[in-house]
Design a protein around this ligand. Structure first.
Ligand SMILES: Nc1ncnc2c1ncn2[C@@H]1O[C@H](COP(=O)(O)OP(=O)(O)O)[C@@H](O)[C@H]1O
Ligand SMILES: [Mg+2]
Length: 439
């Protein structure tokens, strides 16, 4: 096909579409719009123009898609009331017939089975209560995920649940973790978890088909949640060194999330990113709700210390924990989990390096309900009753685990620095001001 002819065809089609639209032949207009957009997408893919030209075509496409969506809705309602009007319903039937025959396509079957390997339909065990703080984000997610499934009748008419939610914020603040909680708590829906770097790298070239199939799978298994972690690597707007395949993935995403000819009922796309400002503006708009996941506040940090300590034996008081929470301003959830994990290792190190042990009374390591008198625990050489020994000589069932102490925590704290820098925080703040909502 000669260069530009696809584009010309696309322009002809949408011109006719707008005419039919004006003459109120909506079914025909819809068909022409959809057809035209297909040609535009083809033109973007295969007839290389400048980035500017492509951007403006894309913008046009979105306009046409918007219009097409409206027409489709109108026709759907109209055809229910008056089934024989303007042949609208018969067009619709033909369309759905088309997509049915598509699913018999063997290549598609192959891709879908491949995709089933790339996506994780997992059931993690993270509960809402495991996620500290982030109350607003949790509420928004419940509103978008749990309520529509539990009370479908609440979400009829104009009240429609969110179709796209973006979680953004500094790294390690619990975005992926929160998504896991969604997967656990929304147990009636299918959870597709896609790592976008997987999509991009593994099947270069086939990726946009994979995206298409991903959405189709989600439709088959609805209600579904599609979670795309690090969505920036899939849909960024950096155009200079962007590969052709990345561009195609992006376009396919737009088409799928737009929902023209594609039913988005019962499908929620959940995205997460540390660098929201690189997202393509069209993609950004598809995420109707954008929730800022901030660094944890003092109270959330206190809860995190408790969560991460769990049931490990320790002698930290509530006041100690408060002190720690106060000292960790600027630390992310991930930083705090590392501090605690490091501190939890200190007792092990004490056992490993001890030269002296002493006898203590305490619960047996094998059965906590049995109290034993002859347990041994590491101590300093000066302690009363200390005797020389190394861990090699301690019988496995006789070791009394030294509890985690405040000084263990402080030591780990002093050796762990916060990972989030001010520069990124500023950029995130700016993005929140412009496009976001506090979570
Ligand atoms: N709000 C939180 N509550 C409890 N743990 C958290 C929280 N935020 C982060 N963490 C801890 O930090 C780890 C990393 O968080 P993650 O969700 O992967 O961060 P990111 O925001 O970069 O996706 C989690 O596995 C969890 O242990
Ligand atoms: Mg993450």
């Amino acid at each position: 096909m000669a260069a530009g002819s696809t584009l010309q065809k696309a322009i002809d089609l949408v011109t006719r579409a707008t005419e039919e639209d004006k003459n109120k032949n909506y079914a025909e207009a819809l068909r022409l719009y959809e057809h035209g957009v297909e040609y535009f997408l083809h033109a973007i893919k295969y007839e290389a123009q400048g980035e500017k030209a492509k951007e403006s075509i894309r913008a046009k496409c979105l306009q046409y898609l918007d219009r097409a969506e409206k027409l489709k809705e109108y026709l759907k309602k109209g055809s229910k009331k008056k089934p024989v009007k303007e042949g609208g319903s018969s067009k619709d039937d033909k369309k759905s017939g088309d997509s049915d025959s598509d699913s018999d396509d063997p290549e598609k079957k192959k891709l879908q089975s491949k995709l089933e390997g790339a996506i994780v339909i997992e059931k993690p065990h993270v509960k809402w209560s495991d996620v500290a703080g982030l109350d607003l984000a949790k509420e928004a997610l419940k509103e978008a995920v749990i309520l529509p499934i539990k009370f479908p009748h609440l979400f009829t008419g104009k009240r429609i649940p969110w179709k796209g939610i973006l979680l953004f914020g500094p790294p390690g603040t619990g975005k992926s973790y929160l998504a896991k909680a969604v997967a656990t708590e929304a147990n009636n829906s299918t959870f597709f978890s896609v790592s976008s770097s997987d999509l991009v790298s593994k099947w270069l070239g086939e990726s946009e088909k994979l995206v298409k199939n991903l959405f189709e799978l989600a439709r088959q298994h609805k209600p579904s949640i599609i979670f795309i972690d690090e969505v920036d690597s899939l849909c960024s707007s950096r155009s200079d060194n962007e590969s052709e395949s990345a561009r195609r993935i992006k376009t396919e995403f737009l088409v799928q999330m737009q929902g023209v000819g594609n039913d988005m009922d019962g499908i929620l796309v959940l995205g997460a990113t540390n660098i929201p400002w690189v997202l393509d503006s069209a993609i950004r708009r598809r995420f109707e709700k954008r929730i800022f996941i901030p660094l944890p506040e003092e109270h959330a940090r206190l809860v995190m210390f408790k969560i991460h300590l769990g049931s490990t034996s320790h002698i930290l008081t509530e006041q100690d924990l408060k002190t720690l929470a106060g000292k960790t301003e600027g630390y992310s959830g991930a930083d705090i989990s590392i501090i605690v994990r490091d501190a939890l290792m200190q007792p092990v190190r004490k056992v490993q390096t001890a030269t002296h042990f002493k006898h203590v009374r305490g619960p047996s390591p094998l059965d906590k309900s049995v109290i034993m008198d002859d347990l041994v625990t590491p101590c300093s050489p000066g302690d009363a009753g200390a005797f020389e020994m190394t861990w090699m000589d301690v019988p496995g069932d006789k070791l009394f685990e030294p509890p985690v102490t405040m000084s263990d925590m402080l030591k780990s704290l002093s050796s762990t620095k916060p990972t989030v820098n001010d520069e990124d925080l500023k950029k995130l703040e700016k993005f929140t001001e412009d496009f976001g909502q506090e979570g």
